[in-house]
Write a protein that binds this ligand. Structure first.
Ligand code: PMP
Length: 348
């Protein structure tokens, strides 16, 4: 008798089609209905799986890549992990030029996923030949058949979400969505998803308000409001993946209705609160999105008919030595304003 084993051909088949989960306890006192699209359900535990797969497959379709060729990027974050994962399955070399600021854990994780990691000095300018930008650029020029993902300046980053995240949300909500709230880093997630959803809503005769979440210390909100790049907006902050000190071309500012800024401290506490109240172990920027929703709610943005979809970009396990470490939280002074002696006693 022929035996049929139900199995995926490889891990990449699990990318996308992430669930939407209703939030309950944390949104109890807010007007409206709140749902999270939980991107940690991707096999690489973040939304970046979608762009890694899309950009690499697009290069295959256009004949640039063949087995044994090389994929290059300049990140130690989620995108690096996703590119390494896709490269293994598809038989490419993965080269990541990262800053010496990257933690040892992250570099070890990428090497465990088969990536060649070049650690470049952090304290040199972007045009210094030793910087990770220049190292990546040089390798891309020198290695024939290589693809440079360049996520901040690659339109395919938007397309990945236009083709997948947007249609998934439209289908999952039956079009009954009033608000989309998402982080903006490269801007790919919010731009591609919003572009698709707004096109569908227009055909449907309905409206969706799109709100981008930005960090204090980033230029995006001011640029959206004034059209000007204001370097006075830039100062260091801790949340990784949110906001930027330049204007990425992977952001379509026209499909974003407004931006809201959140602090490092409130986002960290709110991420911990999501984990403790919903049982959803989320990353730092998911805390930022939830924090933005709290602020928007206090401003009267939502009413009882609002159906709010938030995108939660990644999983809490990537932040064990950061927001989920009491020691780290204490070092940042994030427990100070709570005015308590024992951090563990904080009741979210
Ligand atoms: N959250 C995290 C954890 C990220 O790594 C990123 C990507 N930089 C984002 C949010 C923002 O997503 P996007 O780059 O698509 O704007």
């Amino acid at each position: 008798m022929e035996q049929k084993i139900k199995a995926y051909d490889n891990v990449l088949e699990l990318i996308g089609n992430t669930p939407i989960i209703k939030l309950n306890a944390i949104t109890n006192s807010l007007q409206g209905n709140f749902y999270a699209k939980v991107e940690a359900f991707n096999p690489g535990h973040s939304t970046k799986d979608r762009i890694a797969l899309h950009i690499i497959e697009q290069a295959e379709r256009s004949g640039i890549l063949k087995p044994g060729d090389t994929i290059i990027e300049t990140t130690s974050g989620n995108t690096g992990f996703s590119i390494a994962m896709v490269s293994i399955v598809k038989g490419y070399d993965c080269v990541l030029a990262v800053s010496s600021k990257s933690s040892k854990d992250k570099i070890d994780m990428l090497r465990s996923m088969g990536a060649k990691v070049y650690v470049c000095p952090a304290h040199v300018s972007a045009d210094d030949p030793r910087s990770y930008y220049q190292v990546a650029r040089r390798m891309h020029e020198e290695i024939k058949g290589s693809v440079y993902i360049n996520q901040y300046f690659n339109e395919l980053n938007i397309d990945a979400h236009y083709n997948t995240t947007g249609p998934e949300i439209w289908k999952q909500t039956g079009g009954a969505i009033t608000h989309l709230i998402a982080c903006s880093g490269t801007g790919g997630t919010i731009s591609g998803t919003a572009r698709y959803l707004k096109e569908q809503a227009k055909k449907n005769g309905t409206k969706i308000k799109v709100i981008g979440v930005d960090a204090y210390g980033s230029v995006l909100k001011k640029y959206h409001e004034t059209g000007e790049f204001d370097s006075k907006e830039i100062y260091p902050y801790r949340i990784e993946g949110l906001g930027k000190n330049l204007i990425p071309t992977a952001t379509d500012f026209d499909v974003i209705d407004k931006f809201i800024k959140v602090t490092d401290e409130e986002s960290a506490h709110t991420a911990r609160e999501v984990s403790k109240t919903e049982g959803l172990f989320v990353g730092y920027t998911s805390g930022a999105v939830m924090q933005a929703v709290k602020q928007l709610s206090a401003e009267g943005e939502f009413d009882k008919n609002s159906n709010v979809i938030m995108i939660f970009p990644d999983h809490g396990s990537r932040y064990m030595s950061k927001i989920y470490s009491d020691e780290w939280m204490r070092e940042q002074g994030f427990f100070d304003s709570k005015n308590i002696e024992e951090e563990q006693k904080i009741e979210y």
